[in-house]
Design a protein around this ligand. Structure first.
Ligand code: SF4
Length: 358
């Protein structure tokens, strides 16, 4: 393994089989893998920890998909559902403006009644109040749904969303890009091929996106790496991904965990190795984000020593994580981020959605 890590540091591109073997390490070699990933991180982006001043906007928890790993989405008509109208959305945006956020992250359930026109209207309401903010929204699943509901092509849907004010596309809904796993954890979402097609289409149109992986539910190490393999191939061809956002499965209030189909999420070892191996495997990505809302602030700091260079956003609210059982996932003060960065001898820097200086 030492030789393999040396080879990677000298430019060898990890094969999928090699990456799987690294993900399976259980002994003190974990620290060697993390150290190699940290060295690659330092070479690529220097001693800087970035974050974006963003705010989540959860317009509805009504969702057509009802994924088994999710504690947030609910079927239409179920108890506890909500749907924001124009006034409520604009009240949230007014708060975001006061908080000087640079990114509005519209992250909601995929409402079965939403059409392309609904998305255009909602994005337009936000855009009218914050013309300078990056509106980060619409997963490939939402693009496919809106296009189908309105009877237009996916390319037209993307173009119209961009016209309405979309800045960057969400690389969410990827979960694990292996259809066998998707049939268990999110059978109503777009399949792997469709997710990839829409992301490639967006990148080809100059719309950049995040890349995500939701790990720790019902997949194997081999599936995690197959997923990263798809992301690496897309990035080779398009260069459109801004970063990888690893999302550790939050199990507590989710149907799959309650039914005994998944374990209680990734362990700390699995989290750290996922960050580190992603950094080593994704040699064409500049940024690996560590989601403090998913792994907690202390493990997030260790993630920054294992290949991570970005702490994601301030968020201000994260009902998706909180509803799944995460505590304290709502807001992280930049002062706390600075403490973490400086504790590691690094500089904290605010960034834009696409990693420019904010
Ligand atoms: S993960 Fe997203 S698409 Fe799936 S049920 Fe939850 S809100 Fe809906």
């Amino acid at each position: 393994m030492r030789q393999l890590l040396d080879d990677v540091l000298s430019g060898h591109r990890l094969t999928e089989a090699e990456a799987v073997s690294l993900l399976k390490v259980r002994d003190r070699r974990i620290w060697e893998i993390a150290a190699a990933a940290d060295a690659v991180r330092e070479r690529k982006v220097g001693n800087v920890v970035t974050y974006v001043r963003n705010q989540n906007l959860h317009i509805t928890n009504i969702c057509k998909n009802i994924c088994g790993f999710c504690g947030f989405g609910k079927p239409k008509g179920a108890e506890g559902t909500y749907l924001f109208g124009k006034e409520e959305i604009q009240a949230q945006v007014a708060l975001a403006r006061e908080r000087k956020v640079t990114e509005i992250c519209m992250l909601s359930g995929v409402h079965p009644d939403f059409t392309l026109e609904t998305y255009e209207a909602m994005i337009g309401w936000v855009r009218a109040m914050m013309p300078e903010a990056d509106i980060h929204t619409a997963s490939p699943d939402e693009v496919a749904w809106a296009a189908a509901r309105s009877g237009v092509s996916e390319a037209e849907a993307l173009e119209r969303l961009r016209k309405a004010g979309l800045g960057t596309l969400q690389g969410t809904g990827a979960e694990i890009l292996v259809d066998e796993v998707r049939r268990v954890i999110c059978p109503r979402k777009v399949d792997t091929h469709t997710w990839e097609r829409i992301i490639r289409l967006a990148h080809g149109m100059g719309i950049r996106s995040t890349a995500t992986i939701m790990y720790g539910s019902a997949e194997r190490c081999e599936d995690r790496i197959a997923h990263l393999g798809i992301l690496r191939r897309i990035q080779d061809d398009t260069g459109g991904f801004t970063e990888l956002v690893p999302l550790s499965y939050l199990h507590e209030n989710t149907p799959l965990y309650t039914a005994g189909i998944t374990s209680a999420g990734a362990t700390g070892r699995e989290d750290l190795l996922l960050f580190a191996v992603a950094r080593l495997f994704l040699d064409n990505f500049d940024h690996i984000q560590i989601s403090w809302g998913k792994v907690g602030v202390k493990l997030a700091e260790l993630g920054l020593c294992a290949g991570g260079d970005d702490l994601g956003g301030t968020m201000f609210c994260d009902a998706v994580s909180v509803d799944a059982g995460a505590e304290g996932a709502d807001y992280l003060d930049p002062a706390t981020m600075r403490r973490i960065a400086e504790d590691l001898g690094r500089e904290l820097r605010q960034r834009t959605t696409t990693y420019g200086r904010a």
